[in-house]
Design a protein around this ligand. Structure first.
Ligand SMILES: NC(=O)c1ccc[n+]([C@@H]2O[C@H](COP(=O)([O-])OP(=O)(O)OC[C@H]3O[C@@H](n4cnc5c(N)ncnc54)[C@H](O)[C@@H]3O)[C@@H](O)[C@H]2O)c1
Length: 364
């Protein structure tokens, strides 16, 4: 019997990742070749015409699995009934910009979309945040959609994971599908830590550790790490645009493994809320090695770092903690101020601004 269609929301669908992502979803790359889908696409009013063009192309491509398309600039229509939400919309990082520069632009976007998802999405909707700063946007979304279970809000670090697999496969001249179990720790940013200490390659004589095959710790501890960390910037430099097809493909990998499960003996990297594993404070959105089964992810335990790596680990932890704490409080303050401006008179606004922003205890 044919399966019921799954409703998949893509925000920012008129953008370059959206344009690469929606045909992949419609072809079954994300949810399987037997899973019909209805794609919901959200973008902002200035992109409405382009969004309609994407809808026309989806219709013209006559994808057999595609059972419907909703293209809208209305966040409620976009979120209604969705089972999976891929949050791509946002302000992109341009050449020369740091992720922190786009943080404040994205806080208000993620706040309104979080409450629409909370009120109108299907029960148990799974959320993947792609837009940068991805970990922080996911944290903002989690904060403003308190009834969506924390385990259902994730962010994309699979692109970095796949980049690490790609670098190892090129270096060893092996198929990328034979390399597995790299780990991306931390944020989707240049402070992440790509870790190959538990990674293996499938060879004709069995699974072998990557370190033993590469036999070049200097490269693994140096150029390999910086190449993965800086790959996004290298692509922006080359294309004058941020990565799109690889981001779209990784988003499909992330959701596919989350929903359909990771292969036995294989883990992947996902940005998920921390339960305190590896000393990462509970509640931060952090990239860990995870396995997935029956639609649930689980952090892989026991991937300990060597003494040398412990300092890098705590360094990235510090960065994640700092950026997410700032965003958390910026989000709270922005939200309170927006509500005040809308609901109260100017004098009230000034009064509360003084009380809440200028009072250091509030931020403490
Ligand atoms: N996590 C990752 O691995 C990863 C990788 C690559 C890119 N990214 C990020 O993904 C995001 C999208 O990248 P892109 O290249 O597609 O950018 P883009 O500029 O081509 O597209 C962004 C789209 O979002 C739309 N948008 C803006 N505000 C919106 C809102 N409030 N609601 C809905 N849509 C809105 C824009 O109109 C645009 O169509 C960026 O933040 C980028 O930095 C993340």
């Amino acid at each position: 019997m044919a399966k019921e269609p799954v409703r998949v929301l893509v925000t920012g669908a008129a953008g370059q990742i959206g344009y690469a992502l929606v045909p992949m979803i419609a072809r079954g790359v994300m949810l399987g070749l037997d899973q019909p889908v209805i794609i919901h696409m959200l973008d902002i009013q200035p992109a409405a015409e382009a969004l309609n063009g994407v809808k026309m192309e989806l219709v013209d491509a006559a994808f057999p699995l595609l059972k419907g398309v909703v293209a809208t600039t209305d966040v409620v229509d976009a979120c209604t009934g969705v089972n999976i939400a891929v949050m791509v919309g946002g302000f992109p990082r341009k050449e020369g910009m740091e992720r922190k520069d786009v943080m404040s632009k994205n806080v208000s976007i993620y706040k309104s979309q979080a409450s629409a998802l909370e009120k109108h999405a299907a029960a148990n909707c799974k959320v993947l945040v792609v837009a940068n700063p991805a970990n922080t946007n996911a944290l903002i979304l989690k904060e403003f959609a308190p009834s969506i279970p924390e385990k259902n809000i994730t962010c994309l670090t699979r692109l970095d994971h796949n980049r690490a697999l790609g670098q190892i496969s090129e270096r060893l001249n092996v198929q990328v599908s034979d390399v597995k179990n790299v780990i991306i720790w931390g944020n989707h940013s240049s402070t992440q830590y790509p870790d190959v200490n538990h990674a293996t390659v499938n060879t004709p004589s069995g699974e072998k550790p990557v370190r033993g095959l590469v036999k070049d710790d200097e490269w693994l501890n140096g150029e390999f790490i910086t190449t993965v960390q800086q790959r996004g910037a290298a692509i922006i430099k080359a294309r004058k645009l941020s990565s799109a097809l690889s981001a779209a493909s990784s988003a499909c990998d992330h959701i596919r493994d989350w929903v359909l499960g990771t292969p036995e003996g294989t883990w992947v990297s996902m940005g998920v809320y921390s339960d305190g594993s590896y000393g990462v404070p509970a509640g931060l959105i952090y990239s860990f090695p995870v396995t997935c089964h029956s639609g649930e992810w689980k952090i892989v335990q026991g991937c300990v770092c060597s003494a040398n790596e412990t300092s890098s680990f705590f360094c990235i932890l510090h960065c994640v903690f700092l950026t997410q704490s700032i965003a958390f409080w910026v989000g709270r303050l922005v939200s309170r101020l927006v509500n005040l401006v809308v609901q109260n008179s100017y004098s009230n606004y000034v009064l509360v601004w003084r009380k809440e922003i200028c009072n250091p205890e509030y931020v403490a």
